[in-house]
Design a protein around this ligand. Structure first.
Ligand code: GTP
Ligand code: MG
Length: 432
């Protein structure tokens, strides 16, 4: 039997209210021991919480009887005053009653184990908590509503039907029925593999939306890259100085650009150098630029703004000329980070580019996690392999359908659940 677990569900620190969640078979008796007779389910009541006569707090108590709770178990929620002494008094009372502190993600894990959520919905809870921008929030809410679960479970259901037909083809291989069943199964494999391919062929939009799109600022030393990240972030993220080669590490800032999360990175100026530390900075700059968008920042006031840049620098998504206040007008986007000229235009343009990259065209749900992409890749490989089977080898097709089905089942948690749970809930925070 499961133990009864508790955790702070709200953020740590001082606050008006702190929410402590208690879940498990003894949640009812423990809540009763602290706050008196249980209220009717899902009704908030004001109670005086006491432990062996000593008062803990005046608190709201909520009771959710299994299975109608977040975890599917008996759950009590204490809304206490959000101070450290109150929380610690309540925690030690719960420990004394035999409850134990929850591990990270343990509440959501129990919800999955009890069939309240599938894995994609549990992951959506983590995304909801982490969401910083409206677009991330929208995507997480849709996933929590089950749009991805429906999509993947739909494919799994279709594969089960196809597998049934492939097995019929094995059983009836001697009469004409077998061939018809085999073609139907192979046709289904083809249709599903096309749908999976289309879903995966999204240029990573859903994943970038969730994690934030990367924009790496590249350019020669002293072009003003650190000044640019500071201007975009509206705070002093990176050191600015007139010494070329100031920045060595990759310095990142997160921006909300028109509702989308952009992770901007300032990097070391790219040039040939004998300084080993600076050379490492250049290596990091180029390797960071390998994923996401790049902005090449050049000093437009110089006679040869690209001097010293290697010929194999990655093709930038955007070239921006800085120091327009020093003259030397250039074609394209010119800014001055000294006067602020052109900065608003640049922000608008960046916003457009981010939107183009991340906007969901149409209504189909986006792939949101590398874990899902990996499983879909496996499913696709099996389906493509299965389509090579000929009518006299229905068992080969059946085996590939079964493997594809399993791969997709791993996304929602319909198979191999135990091993997956550890992986998925590893990154959860406590109390979720
Ligand atoms: N006149 C003028 N000076 C600028 C402008 N933008 C930046 N600077 C100056 O240029 C110098 C270099 O700026 P940084 O932002 O440190 O340049 P960087 O590209 O990060 O340089 P490294 O880190 O060395 O690669 C500083 O002295 C800035 O004040 C501009 O638009 N006009
Ligand atoms: Mg710099």
């Amino acid at each position: 039997m499961n133990s009864t677990i508790f955790a702070l569900a709200s953020a740590p620190g001082r606050a008006g209210v702190a929410v402590v969640r208690l879940s498990g078979p003894d949640a009812g008796s423990m809540a009763g021991a602290l706050g008196g007779p249980l209220p009717p389910p899902r009704q908030a009541v004001l109670r005086r919480l006491t432990r062996e006569g000593a008062e803990i707090d005046h608190a709201l108590l909520l009771w959710f009887a299994a299975p109608h709770s977040f975890t599917g178990e008996d759950v009590a929620e204490f809304h206490v005053h959000g101070g450290r002494a109150v929380r610690e008094a309540l925690f030690s009372a719960l420990l004394a009653l035999g409850a134990r502190p929850a591990e990270p993600g343990e509440f959501s894990r129990r919800a999955v184990e009890n069939g309240k959520l599938d894995l994609t919905q549990a992951e959506a809870i983590a995304d909801l908590v982490d969401a910083e921008t409206p677009a991330q929030l929208r995507q997480a809410l849709r996933q929590h509503d089950g749009v991805l679960a429906d999509l993947y479970e739909g494919w799994r259901a279709a594969l089960i039907v196809a597998l049934g037909r492939a097995e019929a083809a094995i059983d009836f291989s001697d009469d004409g029925v077998g061939d018809a069943e085999f073609s139907a199964a192979r046709g289904a494999a083809q249709k599903i593999s096309e749908e999976i391919q289309e879903h995966m062929d999204d240029a990573g939009r859903g994943e970038s939306l969730r994690e934030g799109l990367r924009l790496t600022i590249l350019g020669p030393p002293n072009a003003g890259k650190s000044s640019l990240i500071n201007a975009l972030a509206r705070r002093d993220v990176a050191i600015v100085s007139d010494t070329p080669g100031t920045t060595r590490d990759v310095v990142e800032a997160r921006l909300n650009l028109g509702g989308y999360l952009l992770q901007v990175a300032d990097t070391a100026g790219v040039r040939q150098t004998r300084d080993a530390i600076e050379a490492e900075g250049v290596r990091r700059a180029l390797s960071h630029a390998a994923g996401g968008m790049t902005l090449l920042l050049l000093d437009g006031s110089l006679a040869d703004p690209r001097a010293g840049l290697p010929a194999d620098l990655p093709q930038p998504d955007l070239v921006v000329w800085n120091k327009s206040d020093l003259g030397g007008a250039r074609e394209g986007i010119s800014i001055s980070l000294k006067t602020g000229e052109g900065l608003f235009m640049l922000q608008q343009l960046l916003q457009q580019k981010v939107q183009q990259r991340l906007e969901n065209r149409g209504d189909a749900p986006l792939l949101t996690r590398p874990r899902h992409r990996h499983a879909l890749n496996q499913a696709l490989a099996h389906l493509l392999h299965g389509q090579n089977a000929t009518a006299d080898q229905p068992e080969l097709l059946a085996e590939d359908l079964r493997l594809a089905m399993r791969a997709i089942g791993r996304i929602t948690g319909r198979v191999d659940v135990e091993e997956l749970l550890d992986f998925v809930f590893r990154d959860f925070c406590i109390g979720k």
